[in-house]
Write a protein that binds this ligand. Structure first.
Ligand code: PEP
Ligand code: MG
Length: 901
């Protein structure tokens, strides 16, 4: 298979093979856009590199050399030349964009000889030596792993010696000295001479870029963004002729979006710098100028840029994120990719591009990432909040409001965040290695950088509130504080950042819930029309039911009745019920609880008028409602010492708690088993449902409750409860003198239930897959413990692609579901089937449910819009055959001789 593609050879659609950047460069070359000549080394080579114990395939370097010769021919520049040297950048680029997560090396090809060539050719020795020192620094960092600090110290010293402030003021002599010292740093660190041969440099650089695929920050990024191997495996390497935006004042570099990524507005948006290298803009080291100024500074370039933006959007049918460089007046494109936008931007562009007839409604829905829509549920600062002190103002980079303690250090931000403390990370600028702190922080504030700087781009992608370029902020890392004029914020002080206005406030400010924009409503209404599968909510309060309905849920798929007992005014009663010394006493307490449940049901059924509300009878083991035995024992000891009159009561609660304790409560005395051993509990609940329904029906309110039994494993259990249900039904119909239709069904959350679904379907009028417990049972992974213990390691070691508690395990749990679906529908062809485990709000799982003919998915209220869009996508995507992943073949181990003992 071909390992290297010159830009005019590559298939611009093959992102998997060429990586996103490589495919973009090939496509732009094909479109005859001004791309500097270069080539792509494929992701397949990267995969082989890893298979081959981190060795480059033998045939690669000869191919690379042939392609370098092609570049020489195209550019007239020469590799290793003292006259007109060819310099290249070596850039990473996976199938999915992972901004800043992997490595790049610029100005490769420079050595003590070629630097003279560059000086001569550019007529600017200072520039040549500056490029050389930048190259050594990047090469040293990426290839040898030298800490940036070491280089920074040298640079600072050089500035001091020359008595200048800015890097750009260093003269040729100082830079030569810097180059010398930089090389020594690298040599000391690596133990080898700094490579001067351009091919040797290139070989090391290719290896380093491949290695960065498995670098810590790249792995974290992939894990957090669910970038699995079938989405992207390995990085390509792009070797591109260097063009310089820092050769003088007729040079520039910039990053623009064809539409504003913060809100989707149709305008070219971005920043540029005159006389600078691309990295200066991307890293936010210098704050760029808004792109509109380019119109006056370099009008020809601006009009070329504007034209390019229009054409690329038309070609890709997607807003683009473009990197460009102007070298001595000549405009070059270095990259184009689909613009990463926040959810508001994606929604707006979906609606507007459809109106502009650039894309179809179908494409408008399919281009959305449903999970990302969660950002639209972000809080904003309450406009009525008064009396708060503005501390500083920076550039609004990613919308949303966030409050938290200011933390000035990445490690401390991670530690605090992991403890559940809300953190605002405050830094001068951020680098890719700081990304772990982004995950653990509620918001990010930087004193430098612009809207396309690292901090801004990463925060926007994550939907975190972010302010950048807050230049009045003087940060003192040592003293752990920051200052604006005479005000100081110390680490641990609470601040609020408003990523929509750029304002930083002192203290925590009240926030308000987000409102749906008209564009979002449009997208939801398109999705509602396009989707087939129903969307219901997991809601157990009237508020939850109302919110879910507002968001577009059509029914409640799971109302967990036990949640109602956890409320402050009920838990006491419920404990009394558990503690009741006899059945009679228990029934007395249950009567009071029944009245409370009935009033809850009345409200929920009313809020969901016209739609099914699936009410699940009590599920958790009773001990969950009692205090922890250890705490009780502690309390008891203290009470006994004080001779308190609560002693006796506490002692009996402790006794009961110990009595109810089980080794494995999740597989213990819960669900239907409770209903069988304490029938009075289920009787009370069933009665409360019938009473609520009857009262509403009398008021001509279309209440549609369904009763669902949890943890069922056999038809005998289900029939046992059905008999209780039938008796109550008869009694209630008599009492209210009317027919009351309440469907009776079961959860399928126990493996045996799935396997005997044909038997259960004889009695059940509906099934609802409880995939939380079904996953637990199928894997024998405790759903309470797995994610906090071994599961992260399973993900790290790639034994699992994703937590099966987050996204449905299609091969295992999915198979059980398919068995149940088939067996159930064979008995009742119109058997209602739904899912109410957490997977009901997960887009990938929703697709599985759609493809397998479920009637609905049920998700928590805040995920309803996500589920609606995901359901539409499932319908609009080509009816996919359910893909079963092939089981991984075990890696071949070195043969070992069998030992005889
Ligand atoms: C389930 O097991 O999937 C379910 C919905 O029930 P719970 O999470 O309440 O056990
Ligand atoms: Mg369950």
């Amino acid at each position: 298979m071909k390992s290297v593609y010159f830009f005019n050879e590559g298939d611009g659609n093959n992102r998997k093979l060429l990586g996103g950047k490589g495919a973009g460069l090939c496509e732009m070359t094909r479109l005859k856009l001004p791309v500097p000549p270069g080539f792509v080394i494929t992701t397949e080579v990267c995969k082989n590199y890893y298979k081959n114990n981190k060795k480059l395939p033998k045939n690669l370097l000869p191919e690379v050399k042939r392609n370098i010769t092609k570049i020489e021919k195209k550019t007239g520049k020469k590799w290793n030349s003292k006259e007109n040297p060819l310099l290249v950048s070596v850039r990473s680029g996976a199938a999915i964009s992972m901004p800043g997560m992997m490595d790049t090396i610029l100005n490769l090809g420079l050595n003590d000889e070629t630097v003279l060539g560059l000086a001569k050719k550019s007529n600017n020795p200072r520039f040549a030596w500056d490029s050389y020192r930048r190259f050594i620094q990047l090469f040293g960092k990426v290839v040898f792993g030298v800490d940036d600090k070491k280089f920074d110290e040298v640079l600072e010293r050089a500035k001091k010696n020359q008595a200048v402030q800015a890097d750009s003021a260093l003269n040729e002599k100082s830079l030569k000295q810097v180059v010398d010292e930089y090389k020594k740093i690298c040599e000391k660190h690596s133990g080898i001479l700094f490579p001067s041969d351009a091919f040797e440099q290139l070989e090391l650089a290719i290896k380093a870029v491949f290695s960065s695929w498995m670098g810590e920050r790249a792995i974290i990024y992939r894990n957090k963004n669910n970038i699995t191997k079938n989405i992207a495996e390995g990085t390509a390497v792009n070797v591109v002729t260097m063009v310089f935006g820092n050769m003088g004042n007729d040079c520039a570099t910039g990053v623009v979006f064809t539409r504003n990524p913060a809100d989707g507005t149709k305008q070219i948006f971005g920043e540029y710098l005159i006389n600078a290298q691309g990295e200066d803009v991307v890293a936010g080291v210098r704050t760029g100028k808004p792109i509109e100024l380019l119109k006056t500074e370099l009008p020809d370039t601006y009009s070329q840029l504007a034209n390019t933006c229009k054409n690329l959007e038309k070609h890709y049918k997607e807003p683009q994120d473009i990197e460009f460089t102007v070298e001595q007046g000549k405009f070059y494109l270095l990259q184009t990719r689909s613009a990463k936008m926040n959810a508001a931007g994606m929604i707006k562009t979906s609606v507007e591009m459809t109106k502009e007839k650039l894309i179809t409604q179908q494409r408008a829905l399919l281009r959305l990432n449903p999970d990302q829509l969660e950002q639209l549920l972000h809080k904003t600062i309450d406009p009525n909040a008064k009396g708060f002190v503005q501390f500083a103002k920076g550039i609004a980079a990613s919308p949303g409001a966030a409050s938290g303690v200011a933390v000035f250090d990445v490690q401390r931000a991670v530690e605090k965040g992991e403890k559940g403390i809300s953190v605002i990370l405050v830094r001068e600028e951020t680098k890719p290695e700081d990304v772990p702190a982004f995950f653990s922080s509620a918001g990010i504030l930087t004193s430098r950088g612009g809207k396309t700087s690292h901090a801004a781009v990463v925060a926007r992608g994550m939907g975190k509130a972010c302010i950048v370029g807050c230049s009045e902020l003087k940060i003192d890392y040592e003293a752990r504080n920051c200052q604006v004029s005479d005000r100081t914020i110390a680490e641990g002080d609470v601040i609020t950042i408003d990523g929509s206005t750029g304002i930083v406030f002192i203290g925590a400010i009240p926030t308000v819930e987000p409102k749906f924009t008209d564009d979002f409503k449009t997208v939801l209404s398109w999705s509602q029309k396009a989707k087939k599968i129903g969307i219901r909510a997991n809601a157990d309060t009237p508020e939850g039911a109302k919110l879910a309905r507002q968001y577009g849920a059509q029914g409640i798929g799971l109302c967990r009745t036990e949640r109602m007992f956890n409320a402050k005014d009920r838990i006491g009663l419920f404990i009394d019920m558990i503690m009741a010394p006899s059945k009679e006493k228990r029934i007395q307490v249950l009567e009071k609880l029944g009245a409370l449940q009935k009033s809850d049901f009345l409200q929920i059924l009313k809020a969901m008028e016209g739609y099914y509300v699936t009410i699940r009878l009590l599920d958790p083991p009773l001990h969950e409602f009692l205090p922890n035995p250890e705490e009780l024992a502690d309390k008891l000891r203290k009470l006994e010492q004080q001779n308190d009159n609560e002693t006796a009561k506490t002692r009996s609660v402790l006794e009961r708690a110990r009595n109810l304790a089980e080794i494995n409560p999740m597989m213990g005395h819960r669900g239907v088993r409770l209903g069988i051993t304490y029938p009075e509990i289920y009787e009370m609940q069933i009665k409360a449902v019938f009473e609520a329904a009857a009262e509403l029906l009398k008021q001509k309110i279309d209440a549609r409750p369904q009763i669902m039994i949890p943890q069922v494993s056999s038809i005998a259990e289900l029939n046992h409860i059905k008999r209780i249900y039938d008796l109550i039904k008869t009694e209630m119909e008599k009492k209210y003198n009317m027919k009351i239709k309440i469907n009776f069904g079961t959860m399928i959350e126990v493996v045996r239930a799935a396997l005997t679904a044909d038997e259960l379907a004889q009695t059940a009028e509906f099934f609802s897959f409880g995939t939380n417990d079904l996953t637990q049972g199928t894997f024998s992974f405790s759903r309470e413990d797995a994610e906090g213990t071994f599961l992260p390691e399973y993900l790290d070691k790639e034994l699992l692609e994703i937590s099966p508690f987050q996204s449905l395990d299609v091969n295992g749990v999915g198979s059980l579901m398919q068995i149940a679906i088939e067996k159930g529908r064979k008995v009742k062809s119109n058997l209602e089937l739904g899912i109410c485990g957490e997977h009901g709000g997960d887009p990938r799982s929703i697709k599985f449910c759609h493809n397998n003919g479920l009637n609905y998915v049920s998700a928590s209220p805040h995920r309803i819009p996500i589920a609606i869009v995901a359901a539409a996508q499932a319908k609009l995507e080509k009816p996919a055959k359910i893909k079963r992943k092939k089981a991984k073949k075990p890696k071949k181990k070195a043969k070992t001789k069998a030992k005889r003992h």
